[in-house]
Design a protein around this ligand. Sequence first.
Ligand code: ATP
Ligand code: MG
Length: 401
Amino acid sequence: DEQVLTAGKQVLTTLEGAGYTAYFVGGYVRDTILGRTVHDLDVATSAHPEDVIRLFARTVPTGMQHGTVTVLIHGVPIEVTTYRTESSYADHRRPDRVAFVDRIEEDLARRDFTVNAMALGLRGEVIDPFGGQEDLKRGLIRAVGRPQERFAEDALRMLRCIRFASQLRFDIDEQTFNAVRAQADTLGHVAVERISAEWNKALAAPGAVDAVQAVRTTGLFAHMPGVAGLLADQPDEWNLQAITRLSGLAERWAYLFLLGEKTDRVSSVLRALRCEKKLIQACGSTVRIVQALRVRPDTREINRLLVENGLAAVERAAMVQDVLAGQSGTAEALRRRHEQLPVQALTELAVSGADLQQELARRGGPWIRETLMALAEEVNAGQRPNERAVLLIRAKEIADR
Ligand code: ATP
Ligand code: MG
């Protein structure tokens, strides 16, 4: 946004003023030329990290070993990295050595794809040695240099090209794609966290269907923990087209598990990929609620689902269920139902768990939640009013059963 851009320009101005060269690089340049919203802004410079630290009042040495210093301009963090090359990637994943260089062109040459290998200067000048602007126009993800070599250096790039193609809705250059197919096996050298970060971005993006197709046809999926088991025995004509009607990552994962009939594997797959707990829980609950919705629950059961899981989770599942069944309107109907409920959540009951424990003089345990759920169910079914005295009497009856 505006604040970040102002801070970035100030960084370039200061660096140039001190006699160094400096440019905006990477995703910022790509997204600016495309007119897309830009989230982060990276700066590359001829200044060495110790020069950068000297020139700015507030800095954090976030990645000194690869030349990165974070500069704070009125609290806005800007990553500033010294021009560098990387050499001898013996293990397909990390450069053994990084060397600082003087010219921006040398720095751009180590970058992965032409559309990511452009630099933008203070006066609007674009440095584009590999035809990135042309590829942006053509909608093409193409490796900088020879794809086989670039993927041999860092196998993660194979997944990154699928991720960018999905986010930008670009095609993948044929040579680049063939190199992925030929070298897919080397993805096994890459850390799981890096794989899952790229894959989750690809799956959440507009080109998700093509991304799934691409990891299957290239064979990359076989080296993606968890994903291997999920995709291995799906039929070739497996049709995911509708997945893009879903907007969230958790919903899209849930869709894959449900469509692929692997609902028992949600947590094992997502844990193998080291996904965040929040995602695993959201996906797991979505799958569970869809399964509950599938068996045509009656009014009482639906009310129970709403009270137990909350509207947001049930709506999410309803969207997935609608997309799977090729229908629509379920989420809307459930939202209206939820609005009418006298008790939308256990906290809205006239008695609390603590009340029950005290009045019934019993130890805590699962019975508390079960009793509260039973009370909510009866109030929502119109069997009794949401009044403390009434509910306490009823709670005693339930507890004595
Ligand atoms: P996003 O908007 O998703 O952050 P980005 O292009 O900024 O996209 P990053 O992963 O943040 O992507 O990387 C920033 C830049 O660093 C890239 O544009 C690219 O030039 C370079 N880069 C990142 N990872 C690699 C890699 N594995 N190999 C080569 N260059 C890379
Ligand atoms: Mg970035």
